[in-house]
Ligand binder design. Structure first.
Ligand code: GH3
Ligand code: MG
Ligand code: MG
Ligand code: MG
Ligand code: MG
Length: 312
């Protein structure tokens, strides 16, 4: 532990340094406010003992500047050590950022006790900081878990719903189109029935990964909508653009080449895609339901039209 003593009177500084040294503290000494602040920056001490009456900057100003230099979450205990005995001085010292106020000459016992008290507060504060960091991390993990699909790891239905509403509102504000793709794996029931549920799960994971990886805009989102159905949100994408994206997704899944001898459309796993595109109107908060309905109807058309295709 390192203490910074900012004190212009040499005898006083030497005595305090000696006393702190006996407590096992490393000490650095500055003889005026300016060099005290420089030493603070260079040494990052764990404790500051600060005189008030000094040439140049006085102790109040030094404390104020040190508090400004500390970044978020940083705190260095400051104990004023001064000849000024007035209550107003004490009040001002605490006001500008001091943590304690001792009047010179101070006994070694009192100094020791006060330093110990500051160390204890610093220790508790540090523990709290560590705890807060752990909590933040746990919170992030919780958010990730609650918005990710357990099987495939891509966004889940909840995240899909939240994102759809958010993007609906954003596109309304920005007067931009919002496109939606609903995707369903073709003949997945016979796939499952013949290759087994586990192979079915692996297939869903591969399809999900392919969808997520094929999208390239950061605002695009691929989600597992449920079962073997996926949803893709394409904010700011018009119908032409969405058609191109949908076609590249369909193509990419087919290119995976997952053998499916029981498909009636290809020898590999394929997907059908229903597309809808609307430029949301301001104030029409529930308009995204129509978007979902249109994409769902388009998906039905893709299925009845022969599967392994994109329909709008
Ligand atoms: P279509 O081309 O018309 O979509 O035919 P399909 O066989 O894919 O349609 P259907 O909706 O009848 O079949 C969906 C199947 O998806 C039924 C179910 O066993 C399977 N499935 C849904 N969720 C999961 C899952 O999490 N894992 C696995 N392995 N299979 C799932
Ligand atoms: Mg002085
Ligand atoms: Mg289905
Ligand atoms: Mg299906
Ligand atoms: Mg349509």
């Amino acid at each position: 532990m390192k203490a910074l003593i900012i004190e212009d009177t040499l005898t006083s500084a030497t005595l305090v340094c000696h006393q702190l040294g006996k407590m096992g503290l490393e000490t650095v000494h500055a003889r005026d406010g300016e060099s005290g602040i420089e030493l603070f920056k260079a040494e990052r001490p764990d404790l500051i003992l600060l005189d008030i009456i000094m040439p140049g900057l006085d102790g109040f100003e030094v404390a104020r500047r040190i508090r400004q230099l500390e970044k978020d979450g940083e705190w260095t205990p400051i104990i004023f050590l001064t000849a000024r005995t007035g209550d107003e001085d004490l009040e001002r010292g605490i006001e500008v950022g001091g943590d304690d106020y001792l009047i010179k000459p101070v006994s070694e016992i009192v100094l020791k006790a006060k330093v110990r008290a500051m160390q204890r507060i610093a220790q508790m504060r540090y523990s709290l900081l560590v705890l807060t960091r752990k909590l933040d991390e746990a919170n992030r993990e919780l958010t990730r878990l609650s918005t990710a699909d357990g099987l495939t790891g891509i966004a889940n239905r909840r995240r899909f719903d939240e994102t759809l509403l958010k993007e609906w509102r954003r596109c309304a504000r920005e007067e931009r189109p919002l496109s939606l793709l609903l995707i369903d794996v073709d003949f997945f029931k016979p796939f499952n029935d013949n290759y087994g549920h586990q192979v079915g799960d692996e297939c869903l994971k591969a399809v999900a990964r392919t969808l997520a990886q094929t999208l390239h805009r950061p605002s695009d989102l691929a989600a597992r909508y449920g079962g073997e159905e996926f949803g893709v949100i394409l904010p700011g994408t018009d119908e032409q653009g969405a058609l191109a994206v949908a076609e590249s997704l369909r193509e990419a899944v087919q290119q995976l080449g997952i053998t499916h001898r029981f498909s009636e459309v290809a020898q590999v796993v394929t997907i059908s895609i229903g597309l809808a595109c609307i430029t949301p109107q301001r104030g029409n908060e529930s308009g995204f339901i129509r978007l979902l309905k249109e994409a769902d109807e388009a998906l039905y058309q893709a299925k009845t039209g022969g599967r392994n295709r994109v329909t709008k």
